[in-house]
Every structure is written in structure tokens, then in C-alpha cells.
Design a protein around this ligand. Structure first.
Ligand SMILES: Nc1ncnc2c1ncn2[C@@H]1O[C@H](COP(=O)(O)OP(=O)(O)OP(=O)(O)O)[C@@H](O)[C@H]1O
Length: 316
């Protein structure tokens, strides 16, 4: 196995009765990177993360985690932590007691200072002595992350960790994950939030109906996105519209819709044509006040890749 890889999966398949949850999945997770997993509901994300956590085994295929083969008689190695379907917590214990109990169960460092440190990192210091029973979804997610941090994992596996997080909670979680990756921990997380994935991940894997549709750096995905729709706000909308209509490679769309009404222009263009349009606008003295993709490159690729799949299935 490549020593730079924390996870190497080849041809992983997993069925539940007639349902094929994973269908020949290959996955490489580079050490010290945050890797995002995205896909429509039922794509197989939780199933895949469950295999990485050793909660289930694949029906076929090969899986190596942290340099160790994993399979029916080969449990996930030490150094893997995380949760799927929400963290397992003791509702009647406080946040601090939960962490102490989990650490004691695992024979790990249960010193109060260490527990206070991880609670602080996830932003739960103020509720350290409150019972988990009264915790919101976002607080439970953060406590689950704190429990995983206590183990000082080399591979952290999180299923939709952003669920229920308020902006402050999100900031804590993002900063913890960034810190871990910087220190060499590999993080793999699933999310339906494209903005979170774009902010956190260097690489992503897009799954649909149990198959990998794309896996690699975000930059590669953006480069592969042929054309995107962009909203353009300028100092002279009418002149900008005329110029756009005469710029090679640009298609002016008529659905600026509710977004700033007639002031705005929506154009479909590959990046070089967009560059030419912006240069042309500036040349004739039209100021570009806003220019942004209608949906991000990640979201556009996600929609394109998963819609193609849906169309193929509908055609069968
Ligand atoms: N324990 C199980 N028993 C039966 N079917 C299951 C089980 N776990 C998952 N499945 C099925 O396997 C497929 C993949 O499910 P999975 O939960 O991995 O998808 P997901 O990508 O995590 O979806 P979501 O985004 O909705 O959480 C789905 O069709 C699901 O119904």
C-alpha cells in the first residue's frame, strides 16, 4: 500500500438483501487531508463510512486502513475514530462524564484537563456539566467529535458532522478538523452542504447509487466543469448584455429572475470566455460590481454527475 494513503479501497461492494449499497467502490484517502463524501440520499455514503469504522464488512473487495488489511476476521486497526448516524452517548450523564466514561472504557487518558481541553475545542465548555439528554442535535454532534478527539485518531470518520450546527458550532468544528489535518490526521466526512465541503476538503468523492462518479482534488473537478452559469452585475446592464451577446463562447440566459431584476445578467460560459467578457467590459469603461457562479463548481459537478445517472436509470 502507498504509505501516503490512510485508506485504500478497491472494488468494495456491499448489499443489504436486494439493495446494492456499494458497487465496486475504489477510494484513496491521502494522509493528512480532509476528504469529502457527497451524493444523493441512499448513495451509499453511510455504508462506506461504516466499513471504515469497522461497523460492518464488505461483501467483496479489498480494504486497507492505516496500512492494515481489514476484513471479516480483521477488525479496523487502532487509530480510527468517529461515528455514523449520530454519536453514541449516555443521555443521563453530563458531557464531561460522557467523555470520562468513554475514555475509561477504552483505557485511555481520562484526566480532567484533557477532557476540558477537548470540550473547549468543540465549544462545549459552558455546558460541560449539563446532561447529554438535554443536548440539541448540534451539541450532540460536537460532543461526539470531542469523544473522537480524546482518542487522538489517525483516521477520523464523520457522517454528516455539520448536521444541526449553528454558525459558532460550525466554526469550532471546522477549526478542529483543520487543526487535525495539519497535524497529519486524515479526516473523511460526508455532507450535503456543498459550502462546507468546499471550505474544508482538498479532495472529494461523489457517490451515486453505490458507485464512484468522481474522486479527486476539488480543483480537478472545477477544471472539468465545462461551463457554469454566472451572475454578473455591472454599472451598465444594457451595454453589458449587448457585449456579452457578441463575445465568443458566452450565452446570455434570460433567467436573471428575482436576482436584482433587470440590473443583473446571467451568462453561461467556460472560464476563458468569461475572462474575455470581463476584459471587454473593463475596456469600454463598464464596471464589474459582482460576478459569481449561480451554483458552485462542486454543486454543478454534483448535479451534472448525479443527474446523468438518474437519466441513465430512467432510460433503462
Ligand atoms: N442496514 C440496512 N438494511 C437495509 N438496507 C440498508 C441498510 N443500510 C443501508 N441500506 C440501504 O443501502 C443504500 C445506501 O444507504 P446509505 O445509508 O449508505 O446511503 P447514504 O448515502 O448515507 O444516504 P443519506 O444521504 O440518505 O444518509 C440505501 O438504499 C439504503 O436504504
Amino acid at each position: 500500500m502507498d504509505t501516503q494513503l490512510a485508506v485504500q479501497a478497491r472494488g468494495l461492494s456491499k448489499c443489504f438483501g436486494d439493495v446494492v449499497a456499494l458497487d465496486g467502490v475504489d477510494l484513496d484517502l491521502v494522509q493528512g487531508q480532509v476528504h469529502g463524501l457527497l451524493g444523493p440520499n441512499g448513495a451509499g455514503k453511510t455504508t462506506l463510512l461504516g466499513l471504515l469504522l469497522g461497523l460492518a464488512v464488505a461483501d467483496s473487495g479489498a480494504l486497507e486502513i492505516l496500512g492494515m488489511p481489514v476484513g471479516r476476521a480483521l477488525p479496523a486497526p487502532r487509530g480510527v475514530a468517529g461515528f455514523v448516524d449520530g454519536p453514541g452517548l449516555y443521555p443521563s450523564l453530563t458531557a464531561r462524564q460522557n467523555l470520562a466514561a468513554l475514555a475509561a472504557l477504552r483505557g485511555q487518558d481520562a484526566r480532567r484537563t484533557r477532557i476540558d481541553d477537548v470540550l473547549g475545542e468543540v465549544g462545549l465548555s459552558e455546558v460541560a456539566d449539563d446532561r447529554a439528554r438535554g443536548f440539541s442535535l448540534g451539541m450532540r454532534q460536537r460532543l461526539g467529535l470531542a469523544a473522537a478527539l480524546l482518542t487522538e485518531p489517525r483516521l477520523l470518520v464523520l457522517d454528516e458532522p455539520a448536521n444541526g450546527l449553528d454558525p459558532a458550532g460550525k466554526k469550532h468544528v471546522h477549526s478542529v478538523l483543520g487543526r487535525l489535518a495539519k497535524e497529519g490526521t486524515t479526516v473523511v466526512l460526508s455532507s450535503h452542504r456543498m459550502d462546507d465541503l468546499e471550505a474544508l476538503c482538498s479532495e472529494v468523492t461523489i457517490l451515486a447509487t453505490g458507485r464512484v462518479r468522481f474522486s479527486g482534488p476539488l480543483g480537478k473537478l472545477a477544471a472539468e466543469s465545462r461551463e457554469l452559469d454566472y451572475r454578473l452585475l455591472t454599472s451598465d446592464p444594457e451595454a453589458a448584455r449587448r457585449l456579452a451577446a457578441h463575445t465568443a463562447g458566452i450565452r446570455v440566459l434570460d433567467d436573471a429572475g428575482a436576482w436584482r431584476g433587470a440590473e443583473a445578467l446571467v451568462v453561461r460560459a467556460p472560464v476563458p470566455a468569461l475572462d474575455a467578457l470581463v476584459a471587454g467590459l473593463v475596456k469600454v469603461g463598464i464596471a464589474v460590481r459582482e460576478l459569481a457562479p449561480v451554483v458552485s463548481p462542486l454543486e454543478a459537478a454534483f448535479l451534472a454527475l448525479t443527474e446523468q445517472q438518474g437519466q441513465r436509470e430512467a432510460d433503462r
